[in-house]
Design a protein around this ligand. Structure first.
Ligand SMILES: [Zn+2]
Length: 428
């Protein structure tokens, strides 16, 4: 008699278990499925595809958008739609932009206004949402000292700096020094430079605030200074502008690691008969216009090979021979600006090796490009020179100390920061 209720209970339990378990299983599988569908939903939104580029010379915003698949009507709507935030007619050559696509349709456009700010345009069908975003960089001023043992490039890497610092420094001295040819072992370069960090990580270099370069015994000091009108410029300690009518060399700084790079290869120096200097360079090296002007001659003959001649103000002309090719858009009558890439070096015409023949004429007479006294442009106004001299003296006094006592990295960190604080320049 005692066993009966037990059996009933067991059967009852069995029924309950039978009912509950499948339900449970079902529920679990439903949960699993909904998790799966969420995963699928996430996968259904493909990641944004990014195209990054730079505004080319002479290119306008319509061309950029049309080139990247937008129809003209949408471009006009976009430009008009965001005019209150930014006028896209003002975009500048050399600035970076990014286009973000999803399923081949443009979702976002980003244009960098300067190193600290960018314009962001979000695109939703025919609606445009624009804003200007300030990148929250932390800027730190740092003092860098490099000693040239083989090349500038190597010296920079030795200090654990990024390769682009070599380009930045070379272009700062572009009017005074040809970094491909003029560097000497033992040269010293000091620079006070802004470094930009994001979340503690180095992102990029900012402005150079001051620099001293001792090149083959000659010292060149450069100071960045804010003019009374609010704009910044680079000046030598006497108030002369760093910017001059001519670049020192038509060839940009080349990142070579060998001791003398290509400077050991000049085929002929300047002589009145030779009409210029020969600058050794690998075929295809970019050639820059050393001064702004107009292309007056472009052609080919058996002696000069492919050549270009530019007419400048004050009776100057520059000649570029033995080229392998020209930059796009380069033709007779075309205006070019200083530093613009006009051609590529080669070995055409009567040439015994890859090089650029570079000549300078003044009122028809050939002059030596290496010793050309290039006029400075836009000096600091006389009324601003006393304050500028006061400011630059303080910085240079600190630089002098580094040079005279040959301070190393650690000594600079220990001894220098306080001395620049009075100038509101704080360094690491
Ligand atoms: Zn030559």
């Amino acid at each position: 008699m005692k066993k009966k209720p037990l059996i009933i209970i067991l059967i009852f339990l069995a029924i309950i278990i039978y009912i509950i378990i499948p339900k449970n299983r079902k529920q679990k599988s439903i949960i699993k499925e909904s998790k799966k569908s969420k995963k699928i939903a996430k996968k259904a939104i493909p990641p944004l595809k990014v195209i990054k580029s730079k505004v080319k010379r002479g290119e306008n915003i319509t061309e950029i958008f049309v080139k990247n698949g937008l129809d003209r009507r949408s471009v006009i709507n976009l430009i008009e739609g965001i005019k209150g935030v930014y006028n896209l007619a003002k975009i500048r050559a050399g600035n970076t932009y990014k286009l973000y696509y999803r399923n081949k349709s443009l979702k976002k456009f980003v244009y960098y206004l300067d190193i600290n700010k960018y314009l962001e345009v979000k695109i939703d069908k025919d609606s445009y949402y624009a804003k200007i975003v300030t990148i929250p960089y932390k800027t730190q001023n740092e003092l860098i000292k490099v000693k040239i043992e083989s090349s500038l490039f190597e010296a920079i890497l030795k200090e654990n700096e990024k390769p682009e610092l070599a380009d930045i420094l070379a272009s700062l001295y572009d009017y005074d020094v040809d970094f491909n040819r003029d560097l000497r072992v033992g040269d010293i370069l000091i620079a006070l430079i802004e470094k930009k960090y994001l979340k503690g990580k180095f992102v990029k270099y900012g402005n150079i605030l001051a620099s001293s370069f001792i090149n083959n015994g000659t010292r060149i000091d450069i100071i960045r200074y804010k003019r009374k009108n609010g704009t910044y410029g680079y000046f030598h300690p006497d108030g002369r502008a760093v910017k001059k009518m001519f670049l020192k060399s038509p060839l940009p700084f080349m990142r070579v690691t060998s001791r003398f790079g290509w400077r050991r290869h000049p085929i002929l120096g300047f002589s009145a008969r030779h009409n210029g200097v020969d600058l050794g360079a690998p075929v295809g090296t970019r050639v820059r216009a050393t001064a702004s002007g107009t292309i007056i001659s472009k052609g080919y003959d058996r002696i000069r090979g492919r050549y270009l001649i530019i007419r400048h103000s004050n009776g100057y002309r520059t000649h570029y021979y033995h080229l392998s090719g020209y930059a796009s858009g380069i033709r007779r009558g075309k205006k070019v600006s200083q530093g613009q890439i006009i051609a590529f070096t080669g070995n055409t015409g009567r040439s015994t090796g890859p090089h650029l023949h570079y000549g300078v004429q003044k009122y028809g007479r050939y002059i030596n490009p290496l010793t050309l006294k290039s006029p400075s442009l836009k000096p600091l106004p006389k009324s601003e020179i006393p304050a500028f001299k006061e400011y630059s003296k303080k910085i240079l006094r600190v630089f002098n100390e580094i040079i005279v006592f040959n301070l190393n990295k650690n000594e600079i960190k220990e001894e220098i920061p306080d001395k620049l604080k009075s100038l509101n320049i704080h360094i690491l």
